[in-house]
Design a protein around this ligand. Sequence first.
Ligand SMILES: NC(=O)c1ccc[n+]([C@@H]2O[C@H](COP(=O)([O-])OP(=O)(O)OC[C@H]3O[C@@H](n4cnc5c(N)ncnc54)[C@H](OP(=O)(O)O)[C@@H]3O)[C@@H](O)[C@H]2O)c1
Length: 219
Amino acid sequence: VHIGILGGTGMEARGLALRFAAAGASVFLGSRQSERASRAADACNKALGGPLVRAGSNREMLASSGIVFITVPYPQAAAAVDACRWLFRPHHILVDVTVPVIFREGHAELAAAEDGTSNAEIVARCLPDGVPLVAAFKTIPAAILADLELPLNCDVIVSGDVAAARQKVIETAGLISSLRALDGGPLRTARTLERMAVLAIELNLRYKKKGARYRIEGL
Ligand SMILES: NC(=O)c1ccc[n+]([C@@H]2O[C@H](COP(=O)([O-])OP(=O)(O)OC[C@H]3O[C@@H](n4cnc5c(N)ncnc54)[C@H](OP(=O)(O)O)[C@@H]3O)[C@@H](O)[C@H]2O)c1
């Protein structure tokens, strides 16, 4: 599996890169500035104990990846995809992990569009026709992803309108042995996933923890 990360220089990118590289996937960090990506990859490779993560521009990343995670802050995600729109090809699947959250008086609040549309749906509209977007990993904290000593022991719910793309992301998530991937159905479900992510952040704040995440019983 060739995994790419668009905006691959933040904490969420680091967590995903470490987990997937440790699970044997090829990982390529992209950035608007190649040197930033190289520094991020060096830090990952130090933690992994070998040169498993590659780095370059977002353009180079898209040229050598199939499954592309977008790990950009939610207000900038649509513009980030727009800037690379011409580089997307039908073999790409964009995995949106963005959480529209704002912090007010010490609380996490949803910052969704007024009509309730999820950020995932907004980002999906920026892609060329035929390139599917899948929402996933929104509800798993970056700090937990980055701690390779810790089994995730949680579920990732995967939503998207193209069943084959959803399935591919479910299989890719399954590379991480301590994670269970569940089929969340159409992309509209991302509206719920984004709310669940905000709730997990709020619980982390209340309980002064970093690891709140979901495990669904009964499935
Ligand atoms: N932190 C968590 O626990 C967690 C959990 C689940 C989901 N998420 C989501 O993951 C995403 C990333 O979070 P983060 O804390 O890692 O973010 P971050 O460090 O603030 O930003 C990540 C990267 O986004 C890129 N970026 C910023 N503005 C951009 C623009 N206009 N165009 C293109 N790229 C841009 C930058 O990469 P370059 O400057 O190198 O290009 C930056 O390093 C967020 O949407 C967040 O909601 C976070």
